[in-house]
Design a protein around this ligand. Sequence first.
Ligand code: ATP
Ligand code: MG
Length: 557
Amino acid sequence: MWRVLRKVSQIVREEMDATGAQECLLPQLQPAELWQESGRWDTYTKAEGIMFAFRDRQDRDVALGPTHEEVITTVAREMIRSYKQLPQHLYQIQSKFRDEIRPRFGLMRSREFIMKDGYSFHETAESLKETYAAMDQAYSNMFRRCGLDFVAVEADSGAIGGSGSQEFMVIADIGEDEIIYSPDEKYAANVEKAVSIPPEAIASPFERYEQRETPNTPTIATLAEFANCSPTAILKNVLYEAVYDTGLKILVLVSIRGDQDVNDVKLQNEISKLAPQFEANTVLAVDVPDADAQQKWAVKPLPLGYISPGLADDYIAKKEGIHPQFVRLVDQTAVDLKGFVTGADESGYHVFGANWGEQFELPKLVVDVRTAQAGDRAVHDPEQTLQVARGIEVGHIFQLGTKYSEAMGATFTNEAGKAQPFVMGCYGVGVSRLAQSAVEQRHDKDGIIWPVSIAPYHVVIVVPNINDAEAMAAAEKLYADCAAAGLEVLLDDRKERAGVKFKDAELIGIPYRVVTGRSLKQGKVEVVQRATKEAQELPLEVVVETLKGWVDEAIAR
Ligand code: ATP
Ligand code: MG
């Protein structure tokens, strides 16, 4: 695997260097001060924070870098003085540390992994866009050269921050990410970010407002069946609790059309936008409160499953650190509902025929927090029906803007002689995750089928019977000739049965296998292609040249 990682790194390096970016090496051990300056120390060390942080013997807080925006911004602040030095793009290939809650699938999500991370500095947004476009191209080149089947998708920018961002996804069923795409290939987005046109609502049959007893209908499905109406005539109200970096807890009530689901990432972004209103900087966590969590703030049992958008604020305890009113949000899908069915704030009861502006006040905060789904129509062309696929995120490119440079006071002198914050971009490739995703995408029941460009070796020469001196001599000569021709070659002369050697060669996925067996008598060897299992006999004189041709052709792709 180390040989594979070196090859992936080399492809990444070549594509980066071709854009004019410069390789460097930044410290993994980082002082807390830098993260306090950027305002990310708390987000990364508290609640669901993923940074390994600790105290040194001088009682200073330090951390192992999960990413390097803070370090590189400090370097730029100290070293780039003038617009004449811009743009700059520095990258490194190095181990990152993240205290993942659920590390899994080997290299796919580990707490120590290899990443290529690059950071660019610009005078203007236009200059950033040029580098961003060059990275889009460089990333596509890297993933193609690594033999991966991938797509570029619109992405959420998460805790890294900034405006535009794009992820590169390797299509695979075990992928942890869900991708929404249109068949015309004009739209693809991570579901965390995806937008779509929801299905049309079916008009509500309820014209008169009334409260009805609706026993055992805590879910939309049970209620729709009981009320004999479409879920699109129901208003669903979901309760969340959020904690800001100041420790303040707010209770958020989200109203959304019954057939739709709340997208946690979009919701977290909306709650994050409200932070200044509560004198906070960032939101640390957003959760659906379980019974224990409810007890910490609810003064009486909540009518769960029967909540209305007007749920009274007096459910909330008057306590320090808890905002005393519900923060009410309404999703776009619910704004135009008429005569809807919704909770009555009483267990076992709903109201029918309700309207905004009559029984319930429409929340001022109208947001898009719905989850786009397969079957929805595409925004760019409603004729297109969106589909879903699963993907493994192998790369992510961001237009950061001035988020870090402003927070950390990293400025340069512009042409007019004024101090101006750097416009920044950042670009990451999961080198070790990429290597494993190649395995996910290309394997069969017998093992790995490495793309030739990143295979640990190109050729394995198997000697079925090592006691056969002629076979050993032929194998050793082939081995030397392959190496001299620049092929990466393994010689399997272990004291094992031929069958074991063949199985191992397939398992570890070496693209071409050469067997010095019986046909040696006719001056031939057997050559087997791992991907297709196609076997052929080749005269000894042409073996090396044939293999070299195949390898060169495969790598050039
Ligand atoms: P994820 O959403 O999968 O946790 P991320 O969005 O947090 O990843 P980035 O900060 O964008 O990751 O990091 C850049 C790249 O590093 C990712 O695109 C991914 O390929 C890789 N990566 C991130 N976390 C891990 C990990 N725990 N193990 C292996 N590779 C990782
Ligand atoms: Mg990412």
